[in-house]
Each structure stands twice: as structure tokens, then as C-alpha cells.
Design a protein around this ligand. Structure first.
Ligand code: DX5
Ligand code: ZN
Length: 222
């Protein structure tokens, strides 16, 4: 069984030293980068845009995924994919025409991911699951890094695992928010194949590579 993948979210990186930190994470064994895009409408915070993706693109050979926490994400798919995003994750709550958005991402040549807020019933994902390359459980309310993991998320990971297995989907199952070496094992055991982490990687005291290694060994294999 492969290791659980580790995806550093650059939201907690030191942006004055972004290039250095991206290289450090890549050398430290990161599997891909996660870029959190917030518009101040879908979530209260405003964060990163296509310029950051374009700036990162020449710095790493790893895939870059963007997590769009914006209203009507279909308006910006091509901008992010042209900037170098390999995968685009959209929220079921943000797009009335989710199926169309997922098809558009794939037609633009990227992988498609889908996610949902902690209070959104998982059934909202059910009919789009056969179409996606990644399904993600939000384990905090989106908008900020450094929040505490919502314990009920683990049950949601387990149920999403059953849904994916039930249709024979090879999609990645990732978990985003409040992931730490303390809860990584429980999340992986519930069926996650990827962990997104910002503070536990960029803001945990130890060097980035060490933080990644700690998460990876805590998560183990699956
Ligand atoms: C939250 C973002 C997360 C966030 C994770 O809205 O989607 O990706 O950066 O941060 P931590 O790992 O600190 O909870
Ligand atoms: Zn995210």
C-alpha cells in the first residue's frame, strides 16, 4: 500500500520567502502543493489568486492544486489552469452548475476535484463522484488556516470512503483543515489517501521537511 500523500497548503508559508519554502517542502517529500483561493464572499477571508500559481509554477516540478473558495468558480477556471494549476477543486455550495464546472476543468486539461463544507450533507457529492479525480472533506469551516479539526469529520471521511469504494472510484480522498501529527493516523485509518496541511507544515516550529516527515509517519500507509 502506498503512503498517504502529504499536500502542503502554502496559506501558512512565509510569502517573503515563498520560493525557498516551496523548494524546502519539495525536497522534504511533499507530494503536491495546495493553494487556497478565497474571495471575501464565499468565505470571509481574501487570499491568493492566479498570480501566485504562476509564480510557483517554475519553482517546482510537483503538481499544484487550487482550492477555490470563491463564488461561481466557473468564471476563473481557465485563469488558474493557464497559470499552471494541475488540479482544481470546487465547492459544491459555490456552483449551481457543478457538473458543468467539473467538465470545464477537464476540458481545459486539468484534474477535477470537489469538496464541501462541514455542515453540507455528503449526499450532495454523490452524483458527481464518478466524474472527479479527487474528493475532499473540509474538516474546518473554510476561510483560515490554524483552526481546530472538527472531530465529526472522521466519520465523514469513513462515509466518503464507502461511497467511493461503492462505485469503484480510484479518486483521491483528501482531508483539509486542522490536520496534525496527532490526528493523522485516525484520518488515514478512516480511509483518507491525502492530507492537506498548512500550520502543521509551515508554522510548527521545526523545519518544513521535519514537519512533513512527522505527518507522513503519523499517517502511515493505507
Ligand atoms: C482552509 C483552507 C485550508 C487551510 C488549512 O480554509 O482550505 O487549506 O489552509 O490550514 P491548517 O492546516 O492550518 O488547518
Ligand atoms: Zn484548502
Amino acid at each position: 500500500m502506498p503512503d498517504v500523500s502529504i499536500a502542503p497548503s502554502i496559506l501558512s508559508a512565509d510569502f517573503a520567502r515563498l520560493g525557498e519554502q516551496v523548494r524546502e517542502a519539495e525536497q522534504g517529500g511533499a507530494d503536491w502543493f495546495h493553494v487556497d483561493v478565497m474571495d471575501g464572499h464565499f468565505v470571509p477571508n481574501i487570499s491568493l489568486g492566479p498570480l501566485i500559481v504562476a509564480a510557483m509554477r517554475p519553482l517546482t516540478r510537483l503538481p499544484i492544486e487550487v482550492h477555490l473558495m470563491i463564488e461561481r468558480p466557473e468564471r476563473y477556471l481557465s485563469e488558474f489552469i493557464n497559470a499552471g494549476a494541475d488540479r482544481v477543486i470546487v465547492h459544491v455550495e459555490a456552483s449551481v452548475h457543478l457538473h458543468r464546472a467539473i467538465q470545464a476543468i477537464k476540458e481545459l486539461g486539468a484534474q477535477a476535484g470537489v469538496t464541501l463544507n462541514p455542515a453540507t450533507p455528503l449526499v450532495m457529492l454523490a452524483d458527481i463522484l464518478p466524474e472527479v479525480d479527487l474528493a475532499m472533506i473540509m474538516s474546518v469551516n473554510p476561510g483560515f488556516s490554524g483552526q481546530r479539526y472538527i472531530p465529526a469529520s472522521t466519520t465523514r471521511v469513513r462515509r466518503l470512503r464507502e461511497m467511493l469504494d461503492g462505485i469503484g472510484s480510484p479518486a483521491l480522498l483528501s482531508v483539509d483543515g486542522g490536520v496534525t501529527p496527532e490526528n493523522a493516523a485516525e484520518i488515514a485509518a478512516a480511509g483518507a489517501t491525502a492530507l492537506v496541511a498548512a500550520s502543521a507544515i509551515f508554522n510548527a516550529g521545526a523545519p518544513i521537511a521535519q514537519n512533513i516527515a512527522r505527518l507522513r509517519s503519523a499517517a502511515g500507509r493505507r
